[in-house]
Design a protein around this ligand. Structure first.
Ligand SMILES: [Zn+2]
Length: 310
């Protein structure tokens, strides 16, 4: 068995306004693909379907702005896209940068003394864990807001408040799995092309880049104060997200076949593949932005891992 379909949750999802803005970017690509379908040009470079055999009445599926004429060509396109995504995997791991430890940073800022830092580190060691910032707050060396500010300085990003967080407006941004797995909290959309993405302790630039590529929007990420992050996260995971299919594939070929199969079934007006750490994320837009203002029923996701358990 080449792959295992693990889960298919409820098909209901969140805000139409948010989803509509997220599908607007697919319009041009869809229009181009539909015109390719009409003219009979398959997007797969290795297409071997004869001109006479092409199904000119097949306007979908559309993958990354191109129309595929057959299931075999969909597999070919997915194989190429998977290779492209996995090629960048090593280089993104190598971009890790050393960060100044939080305690030293707060000492440099003059917020704590060396004695307070030593006491907090000793308490952390003695208890066998806990975050240094929490120990400093518990020992009344700093206020929680200073820990948040220190984290933002450490990661060179802003502090983002969660006060205006509206879960229903941002559930179409990404699958719930990413909220759980990466501790990422989509906070809000500003206009058509800016997403604010919050983290509690440590931002995830890889996820941020994946969202930029998938949604063709700018992502501003930052640290959310702990007291706001946790309640907002609890609300977020209770919200209804787009339907998602989880696939575990034994190798790249099996992944391509599984994704092409899903592509053929969904018959999307637009779709795209990006990698998020060791997961491949395939998103389908079932209609182009021309067809509906409310797109909440028209977004679905497939997340695939290759050769490793979840
Ligand atoms: Zn073809």
């Amino acid at each position: 068995m080449p792959f295992l379909s693990l889960r298919r949750p409820s098909p209901k999802i969140g805000s139409g306004a948010a989803a509509a803005s997220l599908t607007r970017t697919t319009t041009t690509a869809s229009a181009t693909a539909i015109s390719a379908a009409v003219s009979g040009r398959c997007t797969y470079a290795g297409c071997e379907t004869g001109w006479m055999q092409r199904r000119r009445n097949r306007a979908a599926p559309v993958f990354e702005g191109g129309w595929t004429c057959s299931a075999a060509c969909s597999v070919g396109c997915l194989q190429a896209a998977i290779r492209r995504e996995l090629m960048g995997r090593q280089s993104s791991c190598a971009t890790h940068r050393h960060r100044i430890p939080l305690g030293l940073l707060m000492m440099e800022q003059g917020w704590i003394t060396q004695i307070q830092l030593r006491q907090a580190l000793a308490a952390q060691r003695a208890s066998g864990g806990g975050r240094l910032g929490e120990w400093l707050v518990r020992q009344r060396a700093v206020h929680a807001s200073q820990v948040t500010r220190a984290l933002a300085i450490q990661w060179s990003c802003p502090v983002l408040p969660a006060a205006t967080h509206d879960p229903a407006a941002v559930t179409a941004v990404m699958p719930r799995l990413f909220v759980d797995a990466f501790g990422a909290l989509p906070l809000r959309l500003a206009g058509d092309n800016l997403l604010y993405l919050g983290f509690e302790q440590r931002p995830d630039p890889v996820l941020s880049l994946a969202l930029t590529r998938m949604l063709e929007i700018r992502v501003e990420y930052g640290i959310v104060p702990e007291s706001e992050f946790r309640p907002a996260l609890r609300e977020m995971v209770r919200a209804e997200f787009p339907p998602v299919e989880l696939v575990e594939a034994v190798n790249e070929s099996a992944a391509a076949r599984a994704m092409a199969n899903a592509l053929e079934k969904a018959h999307p007006a637009a779709s795209r593949l990006v990698r998020v750490h060791n997961l491949l994320w395939l998103r389908f837009w079932r209609r182009s932005a021309h067809s509906s203002l409310s797109m909440q029923d028209h977004v679905s996701d497939l997340i695939c891992s290759i050769g490793s358990p979840w």
